[in-house]
Design a protein around this ligand. Sequence first.
Ligand code: KG4
Ligand code: ZN
Length: 338
Amino acid sequence: NPEVFILAIESSCDDTAAAILQNDKVLSNVVANQLIHTQYGGVVPELASRAHQQNIVPVIDAALRKAKIQKEQLSAIAFTQGPGLMGSLLVGSSFAKSLALALKIPLIAVNHMHAHILAHFIDEEGFEKPTFPFLALTISGGHTQIVRVNDFFDLKIIGETTDDAVGEAFDKSAKILGLPYPGGPLIDKHAQLGNPKAFAFTKPKVPGLDFSFSGLKTAILYFIQKKKLENPNFIEGNLDDICASIQFTIIEILMDKLKLAVKETGIKQIAIGGGVSANSGIRKTLKETENKYGWKTFIPKFEYTTDNAAMIGIVGYQKFLTENFETSSVVSKARIQF
Ligand code: KG4
Ligand code: ZN
């Protein structure tokens, strides 16, 4: 088999990323984070587009340099078509189109959520790949889905959030506690020092495999407001316990649905992806299911869980093998299904 070199570009939200893959191996994986959004408490779309424009050429240059690959050696260019912020997506897609045209090589469009799932197929020492079929739990700042993965290109969403994503639940709870954005990692940090049973929050009642997180955020807000009336220093005095209790509730919500998904599908292989899969409590709880319920779980290497271009590259590689190419009139899509 001839070697395939893919340049992958990811620019769906606030990270500008580029990667070079040689078949299913990652030669380089570069991410430029946009720190500017922290001071606004969330991603500002206009600022994100502008930062992508500033970062995209240096990031792609760095990816080529680190991989020791000349652009003339590339077999194809893969880019994120969606879902994401339109202004951000346009920067990546326009660049990918132009470079593919100039180099006269195929152009490949990739669904960002598909990429979070297929990230498990990157060839990485010490990381096993799932076999088909498996269940994927994708948890990020924008998405919460349970997907039945029958094959590389046969995926079915069997459950998803009806309101907030799980990452938003973490970030909005953190905001209520006065923690800076993005608060997910900070809740995780404090949770490790606290008692998860200190405070009880009611779990939402959502039928089937769907999720809801907006009610939890409101419950936490009212709880904090009430406690602060009794004790103005309630948050400061109980931060670790509050964080542990919030995280415990979120993990319970996720695990309840996963258990139901396993029961309904009979599939016991579970792969997680997306930024929230960095959460130490989620990782630990999921690992415990291997002994407890006989599940087999897959947790990707940390750099492939948060937004990155290597995951776009692995989908690009699979699409290259099946010659699933786009013309240069392909358009970005803020919303997109598998
Ligand atoms: O996948 P990602 O990097 O970007 C999106 O596509 O949204 O996910 C970002 C989300 C944020 O909500 C962030 O707070 C959350 O992932 N996150 C965490 C942790 N690390 C990142 N949430 C909980 N615990 C963590 N350790
Ligand atoms: Zn993502």
